[in-house]
Write a protein that binds this ligand. Structure first.
Ligand SMILES: *[C@@H]1O[C@H](CO)[C@@H](O)[C@H](O)[C@H]1NC(C)=O
Ligand SMILES: *[C@@H]1O[C@H](CO)[C@@H](O)[C@H](O)[C@H]1NC(C)=O
Ligand SMILES: *[C@@H]1O[C@H](CO)[C@@H](O)[C@H](O)[C@H]1NC(C)=O
Ligand SMILES: *[C@@H]1O[C@H](CO)[C@@H](O)[C@H](O)[C@H]1NC(C)=O
Ligand SMILES: *[C@@H]1O[C@H](CO)[C@@H](O)[C@H](O)[C@H]1NC(C)=O
Ligand SMILES: *[C@@H]1O[C@H](CO)[C@@H](O)[C@H](O)[C@H]1NC(C)=O
Ligand SMILES: *[C@@H]1O[C@H](CO)[C@@H](O)[C@H](O)[C@H]1NC(C)=O
Ligand SMILES: *[C@@H]1O[C@H](CO)[C@@H](O)[C@H](O)[C@H]1NC(C)=O
Length: 380
């Protein structure tokens, strides 16, 4: 099949100046009409269109439900990549899409091992291939922001990486998945989307993966960067960016080419009357780094603060203090009240702080380097 296609390509290329075109087939046994040099399969190849690879992880965008009004209780990840493409034939007017089924799990089951695999494949199949315009990652929405942040930090070739999900199951009335997918592919294929890092595209909004968070457990308008706003929006499936490409303050790019695992980082939630034993439990359970979702600007109780100092000084485990508040900053000055090297999260929420701390630990960064990275230093 592969050899035949390439021969055909050659004949057409030699025979005339017109670009290759392989329309969609109706052959269910083999729906793929073109295979590229990385072994990615396309259901259509119209060489004048941009090429986009969709990495499918599962989640609601692929979910199915027996009832058209049930918006909870569906099985995440029930439908594969071909079904996604079939559900949104309009994407073939915008791009040639290849699908990579990277997993088929709800977002709650995405692991750091899967993230590494995903980032490496995007670097190889998209960044490493000059014929590929961008990548789309379909993902369950619950921990989508962590995956988006990870990909933003570890895929840095200037090509758009778009993370997309759906809040309603695919069988619900007004399911949002199909249109979100169309918009995601459109942005991934757009030259306007270059050099903007990874982005979440859902509900007509384009949001920076560095800042975006899930603000509502149920509604369609959930993914927001509350203080920073949106990068752009889509109107009638046309992207409009509000500003030229810009890099978030303090963002650094990390290579995961040689990283084989991400050390365990736990998040501990601060609350009134909190006890310090949760911190020691995390250490004893094997956490190599800890993020505190502190009250306000990283605050914890007095006894917990002593315990933080103890763990930093005597166990050598980095502790990043973030905030349980929906938005705002944790500046170092608000948490450094004693002799330990407290690390403030800045504007990163606990979930994003956990991902960054994991990446830094995977690169064997010491406590000082970790503190500098969170402080936005561009030093190594
Ligand atoms: C469909 O594809 C299969 C596998 O490539 C091939 O054997 C078969 O002949 C095709 N059927 C038609 C009707 O083209
Ligand atoms: C492409 O199709 C071939 C043959 O059907 C299959 O072996 C291969 O795994 C597919 N590639 C991907 C990336 O899914
Ligand atoms: C290929 O894409 C171009 C747009 O870039 C479009 O004008 C043309 O009709 C497409 N060809 C086919 C066969 O779909
Ligand atoms: C899409 O991929 C095909 C096959 O690799 C290539 O010939 C074509 O130039 C690509 N399209 C663009 C716009 O780069
Ligand atoms: C693709 O574009 C053609 C030509 O503009 C249009 O007739 C067709 O309806 C479009 N297909 C989809 C699925 O939007
Ligand atoms: C990864 O390891 C290879 C082989 O040791 C080395 O050449 C390369 O520079 C390393 N890459 C990074 C980003 O550290
Ligand atoms: C942790 O809390 C316990 C009381 O629950 C207290 O006895 C202990 O001194 C605290 N540890 C530190 C380091 O403050
Ligand atoms: C951390 O690493 C940097 C760079 O290698 C080094 O200059 C610094 O002395 C180290 N700090 C500690 C506390 O080990």
């Amino acid at each position: 099949m592969f050899a035949y296609i390439n021969l055909l390509y050659l004949l057409i290329a030699v025979g005339s100046a017109s670009p290759i075109v392989y329309p969609r087939t109706t052959n269910d046994t083999n729906p793929f009409v073109f295979t590229n040099s990385n072994g990615l399969n396309f259901t259509q190849m119209n060489a004048t269109l941009p090429n986009v690879t969709i990495f499918a992880t599962g989640g609601t965008i692929a979910g199915s439900s027996s009832s058209t009004t049930a918006t909870t209780g569906y099985t995440s990840g029930a439908v594969g990549i071909l079904t996604l493409i079939d559900a949104v034939p309009a994407i073939l007017n915008i791009s040639n899409v290849a699908g990579v089924q990277i997993s088929n799990v709800g977002s709650e089951d995405v692991t750091s091992t899967l993230l590494l695999k995903m980032a490496k494949q995007i670097n190889e199949f998209v960044c490493g291939d000059p014929t590929m315009a961008g990548a789309v990652v379909t993902h369950g929405t619950d921990v989508l922001e962590e995956t988006a942040f990870f990909l933003d930090a570890t895929v840095n070739c200037g090509k758009p990486v778009i993370i997309v999900g759906a809040m309603r199951p695919s069988t619900a009335i007004s399911a949002d998945g199909p249109y979100n997918l169309l918009e995601a592919v459109t942005v991934a294929a757009s030259p306007l989307a270059k050099d903007r890092g990874a982005m979440v595209v859902m509900n007509d909004r384009i949001v920076s993966a560095y800042y975006v968070t899930k603000t509502n457990a149920n509604t369609l308008d959930t993914f927001k960067a509350i203080e920073m706003g949106n990068l752009g929006e889509l109107i009638s499936d046309t992207p409009y960016f509000f500003y030229p490409p810009v890099k978030p303050t303090g963002k650094k790019a990390y290579s995961i080419a040689n990283v084989t695992s991400i050390p365990r980082v736990d998040i501990l939630f601060a609350y009134e009357d909190m006890h310090n034993d949760t911190l020691y439990n995390a250490v004893l359970s094997g956490a190599k780094g800890i993020v505190i979702a502190g009250a306000g600007a990283g605050g914890v109780s007095t006894s917990f603060n002593y315990a933080i100092e103890d763990v930093i000084n005597n166990y050598g485990i980095p502790i990043v203090q973030s905030t349980r508040a929906m938005s705002g900053e944790v500046p170092t000055s608000d948490i450094s009240t004693d002799s330990a090297l407290h690390i403030a999260s800045g504007y990163l929420n606990p979930m994003k702080s956990r991902v960054l701390l994991g990446i830094l630990l995977a690169h064997n960064k010491n406590m000082t380097q970790i503190a500098k990275a969170f402080a936005g230093s561009t030093d190594d």
